[in-house]
Ligand binder design. Structure first.
Ligand SMILES: *[C@@H]1O[C@H](CO)[C@@H](O)[C@H](O)[C@H]1NC(C)=O
Ligand SMILES: *[C@@H]1O[C@H](CO)[C@@H](O)[C@H](O)[C@H]1NC(C)=O
Ligand SMILES: *[C@@H]1O[C@H](CO)[C@@H](O)[C@H](O)[C@H]1NC(C)=O
Ligand SMILES: *[C@@H]1O[C@H](CO)[C@@H](O)[C@H](O)[C@H]1NC(C)=O
Length: 374
């Protein structure tokens, strides 16, 4: 009781400090842990973190950077901050920007000012751009985006020497599903781009989320387009897709709804949806329930999948990534000389219910990195 009321008083005092000074009190025992991580360029293992409180389950051996998404940002766990900085792991907030404001100088200047303030008051280490909005081909916005990223990067690097600015890019350097960003030009400005090597296939028939061949093409395409390998980090999926098959053809080919126009998955995101994303934790559950075909392996995409029947008798096919498919892609990425690897998202395994399977996801990174040492 006494402890609680003291804690309450301290919390009130800290709130008052924040309101008066606009700055958070350093929550770490060692004040130096509130300073941005100061370390030169290094190989990267970048975690995209979306849920609160799961960082305690991460394997911190090789982690270098954690990009924090929405749910974490308003109220960053102080224990995470101190722990990350004590392990020389950078924390960078996800940052989005409305593309229709790319020519609005007032908006840009205010936005940058807000981000600099946020980094300062929350003791962060830079920023991770995640724009994810449509920019059509032959549109001035693609160049405006470069200018905007440049202005922000310059501002953050000069306000916080040694800070990290990264950009979430598509797995092709050129246009991908209406996102015509000039990713190679952007890679020259920021510290590195993180290519999102997922959501790649599965439009006419069910197929892998991130086949091995696409990771290979992706790295080659960036190289050919003039990107430096030290500016590329590949993020691989720690999730998959669940397709409700209209039928299964020979060779286990699951096909979707046949509309008048074409064969297409209905991806409305409602209960009727016949294609939905599925987190690795949920996949662990299916596989542990033994009510599936068991994990099968596709040679052509170097990815695992399984089939199962739902309560209504409909056949489903789930395509995903596991330690085996990830090892193949992570090994290839490391051997190709890119800056590093990562995943969307570190919070998708079910660490509590399936600790062994979840640990295996991290273990594959450890094995790949150890094997890559000369
Ligand atoms: C430009 O940004 C400012 C500040 O956010 C906003 O008030 C203004 O409406 C914007 N202008 C346009 C044309 O959207
Ligand atoms: C980025 O900004 C700096 C400083 O304003 C400028 O010198 C440089 O040319 C810009 N680079 C690009 C690619 O726009
Ligand atoms: C699934 O099958 C394996 C191997 O036959 C067995 O060891 C395990 O207990 C089964 N799990 C469940 C949840 O039925
Ligand atoms: C997949 O590849 C393995 C090893 O190369 C081979 O033994 C196996 O027969 C192949 N399976 C199919 C279905 O092609």
């Amino acid at each position: 009781m006494a402890y609680q009321s003291t804690t309450f008083l301290i919390a009130c005092f800290l709130n008052w400090l924040i309101q008066i000074h606009g700055i958070d009190q350093c929550p770490c025992h060692t004040p130096s842990l509130c300073k941005p991580v100061q370390i030169g360029p290094r190989s990267e293992v970048v975690a995209f973190s979306v849920y609160r409180g799961l960082w305690k389950y991460y394997d911190w051996t090789h982690l270098t950077t954690i990009a924090l998404f929405e749910e974490q940002l308003p109220n960053i766990d102080p224990n995470l901050l101190c722990y990350a900085h004590s392990h020389h792991v950078r924390l960078v907030p996800k940052a989005s920007f409305p593309v229709q404001q790319l020519t609005n100088k007032t908006h840009i200047d205010q936005w940058i000012k807000d981000k600099v303030k946020m980094i300062k008051t929350k003791f962060l280490d830079g920023i991770n751009f995640d724009i994810e909005q449509s920019i059509p081909i032959i549109s001035p916005e693609a160049n405006d985006l470069i200018k905007f990223v440049n202005q922000t990067t310059t501002a953050i690097h000069s306000a916080f020497p040694g800070s990290l600015v990264t950009f979430d890019a598509s797995y092709w350097p050129q246009c991908t599903i209406g996102h015509c960003y000039k990713n190679v030009a952007i890679s020259k400005i920021v510290d590195f781009v993180i290519t999102m090597n997922y959501d790649e296939e599965g439009s006419l028939i069910a197929s892998a989320n991130s086949p091995f061949r696409n990771t290979v093409y992706s790295i080659h395409a960036y190289k050919k387009a003039g990107a430096q390998m030290s500016k590329i980090v590949t993020a691989q999926p720690w999730y998959g897709y669940n397709y409700r098959c209209l039928g299964i053809l020979i060779d286990d080919i699951c096909h979707g709804l046949i509309t008048r126009r074409n064969v297409k998955w209905n991806i409305q995101g409602n209960d009727d949806s016949s294609k939905s994303s599925i987190e690795y934790g949920e996949i662990e559950k299916y596989l542990n329930s033994n009510k599936t075909s068991g994990s099968k392996w596709s040679n052509s995409s170097q990815s695992p999948y399984f089939n199962y029947k739902d309560a209504k008798g409909a056949i489903h096919q789930v395509w995903y990534d596991n330690p085996k498919s990830l090892s193949i892609k992570y090994s290839y990425a490391i051997k190709s000389g890119i800056r590093g690897i990562g995943m969307w998202s570190t919070d998708f395994p079910n660490y509590v219910q399936y600790p062994k399977e979840s640990a295996a996801m991290w273990k594959c990174i450890d094995t790949v990195l150890k094997n890559s040492k000369p």
